[in-house]
Structure formats: structure tokens, C-alpha cells
Design a protein. Structure first.
Length: 275
């Protein structure tokens, strides 16, 4: 059984979509750096261990509809859950939202190890899902650094007192190096700059990851340019930035925008490679 990758998405309001972005991989299942070369230090003779993300929830910022008077984070997160777990009509035999984290090798005792973030095709139904990396599957290379204590937390002054709050990822855990990821939501894209993912290992040879966190920055310029699809009730045709409050706005290296914080959990999954 080959355990492998995972795919991340952030549906906004009633949009259901699959997240994608970053460097591409080869069709032999080897993480690449976008130029066709295998990731440095990845042991291609070692069976990869892949975790598919099983839960995602937007923690901060909260989107607001109706002139920013109505908090719709619950609608967003319900939509995310439906996409992670299901195959919405018209069914195509594929789960709607798939993200995978691939370790090669997975060694919770090592200081660090190569890790790839991928966006595979995962079969429906959820109970028997198998994920496949195809020639077109996006592969984003990173390095997972293992730590005994907190691996990733909110940056000071970048979160509001929402419930549930953003909490630090406790050890034993890993944290990825920072990468830029464009999350494709069909007609909406969410460009996350300096994105990192971290999670707690559930055991020395884990089959699940818990208390995970995805963190990335969306500039105001990008949020102004991202339009919500016309099919979305109440806010269709509006820029993403109109759903995000000035009170939630952050400044990163002199640039206005919003740090996005998304909680996650994951579990190992059977992973195959397209012939």
C-alpha cells in the first residue's frame, strides 16, 4: 500500500472547488522542482507516505456578506467540508476537494525531510478513496522540519478574537518551508504568499495528523482582483476584498493584505501513479 499526497482548497461561500497551485511534478510520482529534477535529498527508493487532508476550516479572517454585516464563515466551512467529503452532483466519481502531503521518507525522529504538497485526483466515495497522481498533478516541493514543541502559530497582531481561535501546533510536529501557492477555486483563485503548513504527528509512526494549520498571506491587490462568481448569492460579482474587513487587515513587508489561517487534519491514504 502506497500512502501519498493531499490537495488543499478554500471554497468561498457556496463555491465548491478543488485547490491547486505551485510547481508541477513528473508522472512517475517523483516530487520535482518544476524543472523536471527530483527533489534534492528525496530518497526515491523509499515508499512515500501520503496524508490526505480530511478536515479544513477557515479560522481567520472571517468573510462578511451584506455590507460586511453578516458573518458567513460557517457557510464557507460547511461548503469546505462538503467538498472534502463528497462528490457533488453531477457526480464524476471524484471527491471535490483533494490535497495531499507527501513525505519521502516519513521519519518523525529526523531533523528534517523532503515533503511535497500535491493536488491529486481522489476517488469517491470517501470510505474507499484512493488518490492518483497524474501527469498534470501539481507538485509543490518543500522541506518538513520536525520539532518537539510548537511548530507554527499566528503571527503577532494578525488575528482577531474569533471562536474558535488560531492555536499553535503542538509537538511532536513538523512545519514546512514557506512557498507561494495559488489556490484554484474554479473561477476564483486565492494566491497565498509565504504559505506554510504544520501539524502534530499522532504517534511515532503516525497514520493521522492533528491540530494542523495552514498559514498564508493574500495581498489587498490580489484580493481586489479576485471576483466572487456571479452564481454566488448576495456577493456574486464582488471582489473578495469587499468580504474582508479593514479591522482584519494586516501589513506584511509594507504591503496591505490578510493573513489567512486554516485549521486542518489529515490521514494516510492509498496513493497510485498514472501509467
Amino acid at each position: 500500500m502506497i500512502h501519498r499526497p493531499l490537495c488543499i482548497a478554500l471554497p468561498l461561500l457556496l463555491s465548491l472547488a478543488t485547490a491547486c497551485g505551485g510547481d508541477s511534478g513528473d508522472n512517475g510520482g517523483n516530487p520535482t522542482d518544476g524543472g523536471g529534477e527530483a527533489t534534492p535529498d528525496a530518497d526515491l527508493n523509499v515508499e512515500p507516505t501520503a496524508f490526505r487532508i480530511t478536515k479544513l476550516a477557515l479560522l481567520d479572517p472571517h468573510p462578511f456578506a451584506i455590507n460586511q454585516s453578516f458573518d458567513v464563515v460557517g457557510v464557507v466551512n460547511d461548503s469546505i467540508t462538503a467538498a472534502v467529503d463528497g462528490d457533488a452532483p453531477p457526480e464524476d466519481g471524484v471527491l471535490d476537494l483533494n490535497l495531499a502531503l507527501v513525505f519521502r521518507p516519513l521519519d518523525t525522529t529526523a531533523a528534517s525531510a523532503p515533503m511535497a504538497i500535491t493536488f491529486p485526483t481522489c476517488s469517491a466515495p470517501l470510505a474507499s478513496t484512493v488518490c492518483m497522481e497524474e501527469a498534470t498533478t501539481t507538485v509543490i516541493n518543500s522541506v518538513a522540519t520536525n520539532q518537539a514543541s510548537d511548530c507554527l502559530d499566528a503571527l503577532p497582531g494578525t488575528v482577531a478574537p474569533y471562536d474558535p481561535p488560531v492555536v499553535a501546533v503542538p509537538g511532536p510536529c513538523f512545519v514546512s518551508s514557506a512557498v507561494d501557492v495559488t489556490v484554484n477555486l474554479g473561477t476564483v483563485t486565492l494566491p497565498l504568499k509565504g504559505a506554510q503548513v504544520a501539524a502534530t504527528f499522532d504517534g511515532a509512526e503516525p497514520t493521522t495528523l492533528s491540530t494542523g494549520l495552514l498559514r498564508g498571506f493574500v495581498t489587498k491587490t490580489d484580493a481586489d482582483a479576485i471576483l466572487i462568481p456571479d452564481t454566488v448569492a448576495l456577493v456574486g460579482g464582488e471582489p473578495l476584498s469587499t468580504l474582508l474587513t479593514d479591522a482584519d487587515m494586516d501589513v506584511e513587508a509594507g504591503t496591505d493584505g490578510w493573513w489567512f489561517y486554516i485549521s486542518l487534519e489529515a490521514a494516510t491514504v492509498d496513493y497510485t501513479f498514472a501509467e
